[in-house]
Ligand binder design. Structure first.
Ligand code: SAM
Length: 302
């Protein structure tokens, strides 16, 4: 216990959110299977939203974590942290899991068996997956969105709207007079996510943090947090990594708890949260149409 909840992270290093809540950001060091049961808000079931991007067991060179368990051990590990996260949620709580093809099915099944409801099975699509010659190139990760109660959950559609293809590409006047309650020319994003700033964080990407080759783009967390949590809510990420969830949550006025196995990662992610995000707010009014505009814009008449 003593070296799990490091005192400098527990007491000395905390931030206030824009919502004004004290202790708005907390970062804990250690194996989340050991730290989560000791965190007061987790014990009391006070978490509004979990976002988890676990190690994929792909032998990645993490700072300290050994990312190559026997398959059954990895599944046990997965079920253990999932159960802890589910137990941390309030009644209106929800969980997102970022996971590739090889373990998505097991996670879906496990969360259903725990009584959660799938709201969306989203896909994060990125270009520049690793080239293959004997099968199609991987270019996606699953973003699984489950809620404890589908009828009682955070949902802020108006905070994540996009320009519809009908408006940006087909100039269809019907989109300017919609009956679904959405503003003219706007719609919710589809469940396959891509577009400007949605690529993997590599090379000289401005968001890139030293020592991480599996950092998620800020726009991904921005969409998740804006749509499925409220100002002042408490967000938990058990696998902090470079701190993407924390930096976006804090910038959006959510409280945040992160756990991370590597102390160096935890320290750097805390610094990142203090520094603030690079791209939050830049995807407003995004257009994701994949075809060029089809017809001439109608002439403007006075
Ligand atoms: C896929 S990365 C997370 C990346 C993160 N979403 C980002 O955008 O930077 C997984 C992280 O989980 C950490 N980790 C692995 N096993 C852990 C465990 N049992 N408890 C806490 N953290 C762990 C690793 O050190 C690594 O930093």
């Amino acid at each position: 216990m003593a070296d799990v909840l490091k005192p400098d992270f527990q007491r000395g290093r905390r931030l206030r959110s824009e919502a004004g809540k004290a202790d708005a950001v907390r970062v804990y060091v250690g194996d989340c299977r050991e730290t989560l049961p000791q965190i007061p808000q987790v014990k009391r079931g006070e978490v509004d939203l979990v976002f988890a991007d676990p190690p994929f067991n792909w032998a990645r060179a993490y700072d300290e974590w050994h990312d190559k368990m026997p398959r059954n051990d990895y599944l046990d590990f997965t079920y253990d942290w999932l159960d802890l996260c589910v137990g941390a949620l309030r009644d209106h709580g929800a969980i997102w899991v970022n996971i590739p093809d090889d373990t998505a099915a097991e996670i879906v099944l496990h969360l259903k068996q725990r009584g959660l409801h799938m709201i969306n099975w989203c896909v994060w699509h990125y270009r520049f997956g690793q080239n293959t010659t004997s099968r199609f190139i991987n270019s996606k990760v699953h973003a699984l969105y489950f809620a404890k109660d589908p009828k009682n959950r955070r949902w802020n559609a108006e905070d994540v709207l996009e320009t519809s293809d009908r408006a940006s590409t087909y100039f269809d006047p019907r989109t300017m007079d919609k009956r679904d309650g959405m503003p003219a020319g706007k719609r919710l994003p589809m469940d396959v996510w891509y577009g400007p700033y949605w690529g993997r964080i590599q090379g000289n990407n401005k968001e890139r943090r030293h020592g991480h080759d599996n950092q998620l783009p800020e726009v991904y967390l921005e969409r998740v947090l804006r749509a499925t949590s409220n100002l002042g809510d408490l967000v938990l990420d058990p696998f902090l990594g470079s701190g993407t969830t924390g930096v976006v949550a804090h910038a959006l006025g959510r409280g945040f708890i992160g756990t991370e196995f590597s102390e160096a990662n935890a320290r750097r992610s805390f610094e990142r949260i203090e520094d603030g995000p690079i791209r939050v707010g830049m995807s407003e009014d995004a257009v994701t149409a994949i075809h060029p505009p089809r017809r001439r814009r109608p002439a403007v008449t006075e």
